[in-house]
Design a protein around this ligand. Structure first.
Ligand SMILES: [Zn+2]
Length: 394
């Protein structure tokens, strides 16, 4: 009967071992796979490693490692469990697998870079379990969401579903800008609020609802008018902005500020039975002024006035905005960058239109002057931006 030493010697004879020095040269090109137990991993790991304890290797290798042609460097504490793991991965069809001799102990003792992993606590691991099951998100993606900051303009029809879903998904910081109070006429669609909140500041009502939903989320409230005097300060430090405003002046102001700050904006709008969503990613795609160089005349700008909107519609559009924000935060899939998604509730149809970056855009074009943060008046009349970057109007 074979002893442990016999098995280990046999495994090592069939796999490839490399030194920590050789492994270090593969950082960035190979996947580093840590097959130790959680209590060992918690003490320190090689940055960027995939954590998959030896006991779950066969069952989870496909989902955690993905592409079988990508090189894998396996390590454990001393280089023995990783030798057995390397053999297993080869049997599972992984094409380029090596085991790191001496393990994490030798890596660390030789002075190579390591870090203590940021781990979700058991309650979070349970709460976000459905995210963690997705290899494209996983525990690292969830950790990233918890460290992310999203600013919502408006705690109304679009901001309500967007904020609820972003909070539920565990986006760690949600900023909310709104200077209104809750009115009973809001409740037809603004699902952050309820009867008990009538007369309360919308940002306070939003904070209560979101904190009740997910205590992991830090809700930062801005009970102010979003204007040229504060836009740059408010935007500072956010990763993505979800725009749920209903007026042209604020959209232009936000566009110009987001270009200056290079923060992507997930734009949404609704009118009667129709909605639109797109992503403005500064200098990587069109901006709001590429789409609409100047606001329409006031009489043709229905969203500036009181307009009807079917309940539920903002829920659909705001939810798509939340989804796009999460995709941007996690670098997932194809965001609606350069595409405008139009939803018609009566037809129950979605159409997608290409939106190109305009080389002559007054804000992000090749010859655009310096961006000036200026107010647009309440009638949606533009302060025309002149070629030299100065503005007209009051
Ligand atoms: Zn532009």
């Amino acid at each position: 009967m074979a002893s442990y030493r016999d098995l280990l010697r046999a495994a090592k004879s069939r796999i490839t071992e490399i030194t920590p020095e050789e492994a270090e040269a593969r950082l960035g090109s190979a996947t580093f796979l840590d097959v130790r137990e959680l209590d060992e991993y918690e003490q320190g790991m090689i940055p960027g490693s995939v954590f998959l304890p030896r006991g779950h290797l066969e069952s989870q290798a496909d989902s955690k490692l993905g592409d079988k042609s990508k090189p894998v460097v396996i390590y454990c504490a001393a280089g023995n469990r990783s030798a057995f793991a390397a053999e297993t991965l080869e049997q599972l069809g992984f094409e380029d697998v090596v085991s790191m001799a001496g393990g994490f102990g030798r890596w660390k003792n030789e002075g190579r870079e390591w870090q203590t992993p940021k781990l979700l606590n058991p309650e979070q691991r349970n709460r976000y379990g459905r995210h963690i099951l997705l290899p494209e998100v996983g525990e690292a993606g969830q950790q990233k969401l918890l460290e992310s900051r999203v600013l919502l303009l408006g705690a109304g029809g679009l901001g309500s579903p967007a904020a609820l879903y972003l909070a539920a998904a565990g986006v760690g910081t949600l900023g909310i800008v709104d200077m209104d109070v809750v009115d009973s006429s809001n409740l037809q669609r603004q699902i952050l609020h309820n009867m008990d909140r009538i007369g309360e500041r919308k940002v306070d009502s939003a904070k209560k609802t979101l904190t009740d939903l997910n205590p992991d989320v830090d809700v930062v409230t801005y009970d102010v008018r979003f204007g040229a005097d504060n836009v740059l300060d408010i935007l500072d430090g956010y990763d993505v902005v979800v725009d749920g405003t209903d007026n042209f002046p604020t959209r232009y102001l936000l566009n110009d500020a987001s270009l200056l700050k290079r923060i992507p904006v997930v734009h949404g709008s609704i009118f009667r039975f129709e909605g639109q969503v797109t992503v403005f990613d500064p200098y990587n795609g069109p901006c709001y002024r590429c789409l609409l160089p100047e606001p329409p005349p006031a009489e043709l700008a229905p969203s500036c006035a009181e307009a009807g909107v079917l309940g539920v519609l903002p829920g659909i559009v705001g939810s798509i905005q939340a989804l796009e924000a999460i995709k941007l935060l996690l670098d997932l899939g194809d965001p609606l960058r350069g595409r405008l998604l139009a939803y018609d509730a009566l037809e129950e149809s979605f159409r997608s239109f290409k939106v190109r970056r305009d080389p002559n855009c007054p804000a992000c074009g090749e010859h655009a002057g310096e961006i000036v943060i200026a107010e647009y008046d309440e009638h949606c009349l533009p302060h025309a931006v002149l070629a030299d970057g100065s503005t007209t109007g009051h």
